[in-house]
Design a protein. Structure first.
Length: 255
């Protein structure tokens, strides 16, 4: 006898859904019965994925750094589905540069996309879920746990996501709202963002080999592997888990 889909009847909003971890998560959530709102700065990509998935999924252009954009997406979610049960704050950018070559504008861009957006998303998600409960999953990084040269802005943003997650988990619990908030910390995953970053390196093949060598399992991760962890946190299987960090990194941080 087949088991019931793990997200049957749940409405889930995924940011940065057009590619990589976001797209893999969307496809997995759909297979597990979720009704989906997919957003991305790449409007065509979000709408195309929603059309591919079907099942009433909807896609929107969404600049996650703008309050008004969050207001619009939450309003559209309410109109379409009447509720929100799961929020995956996945949208992000990767940047690396020596500190003396990092402009303040570059710093602000990374913080805005990777950290400010999670604040805005969590605030909107908590408002939407405080009466009904739900799960918020914030996608951080191994570089929110350990340092790495030339990633000051990125590491600061992802470390901020980690501690904001814990703080908000405590706050919603203190208020008696049945919302769980956890973070996911992937290692280097074979996604377009990582591939593009490697391609920009002057020694691309050596750079990729170096990244692979940092994972004791001997390879980069797959987006689908991170999606499985996000699904666990979204589902009722993780009902006693909040304020925690789920590390999926091929052993990167074990050393």
């Amino acid at each position: 006898m087949a088991s019931e889909p793990r997200l049957a009847g749940k409405v889930a909003l995924i940011t940065g859904a057009a590619s990589g971890i976001g797209a893999a998560t969307a496809r997995l959530f759909a297979r597990e019965g979720a009704r989906l709102v997919l957003t991305d700065v790449n409007e065509a990509g979000a709408k195309a994925l929603a059309a591919e998935i079907g099942q009433g999924a909807i896609g929107f252009e969404h600049d996650v750094t703008k309050e008004a954009a969050w207001d619009m997406v939450m309003a559209e979610t309410s109109v379409a589905f009447g509720r929100l049960d799961v929020l995956v704050n996945n949208a992000g950018i990767g940047r690396a540069s020596p500190i003396l070559e990092t402009s303040y504008a570059q710093w602000r861009e990374v913080i805005a996309v990777n950290l400010d957006s999670v604040f805005l998303g969590c605030r909107a998600g908590i408002e939407a879920m405080k009466e009904t409960g739900g799960s918020i999953i914030n996608v951080s990084s191994i570089l929110g746990l350990v340092g790495s040269a030339m990633t000051a802005a990125y590491s600061a943003s992802k470390g901020g996501v980690r501690l904001m997650t814990k703080t908000l988990a405590l706050e919603v619990a203190q208020n008696g709202w049945k919302i769980r908030i956890n973070s996911v910390h992937p290692g280097y995953i074979d996604t377009p963002m990582v591939s593009q970053a490697v391609a920009r390196a002057p020694d691309a093949e050596q750079r990729r080999a170096y990244l692979v060598s940092q994972h004791p399992l001997g390879r980069l991760g797959r987006a689908e592997e991170i999606a499985e962890g996000i699904l666990y946190l979204a589902s009722d299987a993780s009902s006693f888990m909040t304020g925690a960090e789920l590390v999926i990194d091929g052993g990167y941080t074990a050393r």
